[in-house]
Design a protein. Sequence first.
Length: 333
Amino acid sequence: MTVSLGAPPRAQVSAAPPRAQVSAAPPRAQLPAPAPRSAPSRDRRFGVVAIVLSATAMGAAGLFGRMATPDGAVLGEALTFGRMAVGAVGMLVLLAFTRRLGQVRRVRLSASVVAGGVFLGLSLATYLSATVLTDLSRAVVLHYLGPVVATVLARVVLKESITRLDALSLGAAFVGMLFAAGFIGGTSGGGEQETLGTVLGVASGIFYGAALLCYRYRSDMPSDVRCFWNFAFGAIATAAMVVVTRPDLSGMTASNWAWAAGFFVVCGLFALGLLVVAGKHLRAAELSGLSYLEVVVALTIGVLAFGEAASTLAVFGSALILVAMALPLLARR
């Protein structure tokens, strides 16, 4: 009898709930979580490729814009509206094709998403008008005040770190731009048209910097959805500019419209879509340094396509920009 009375306790001990819970402890199932640490390096490389392709296509904007604009006209607002509208439609088609259209409705919008699209639209409109009113090299240099503004704002607003290598890259690229545009050792033009082009160039740089800063927010939003809203709000902003300025499109020929169509696709859907992707994966300093490739592309197009002067100092400045571009690639976390 004593043996039979002692049997139940043993059965209870062997099937004790606490031991079963310890063996299936949830924390052990979550141990593989640190694996995604390797993701930032892959994302960073993808971001570098994206910004190089984007900057190259963006550098061709002056070529497409000038060839799409009749003599004596300034159509920056109208062309940029088409650029952003085609980009928005293109992204909608892509989202529908990949069966991700529902993401557009489900993702929560925020002020940074709206502001990013508006600032980019204003920046590209003023920049495109500046390329018609002044030298292509000067317009693109003024436009690229934006990365400097973005890096400073990221430091102040986002508390984003700026390493010595980042600062060296940004500074070298900026000095190289001054040489490439003829602000150092070159001759500056005059006249009312030149002054207006300079003012529009400065405005485009400020708007561009604000847009780059906005891209540092809402990294949770999928890139394709962010691209769509970026284009959509950019189109709204430039449509408002078109209503105010009322550009005259009557002088556009078939050739002008063909260049405009190429501008909408290459410098719109392709270039700006990749810019948003790069802004999601790169720090502001990296994005700024690598995006200066656009200056070299625009300078080369200005020389080859429009016969703009390229002095020895301008060539030196372009080389300095290329060196500055490579510096962020050497940085390590």
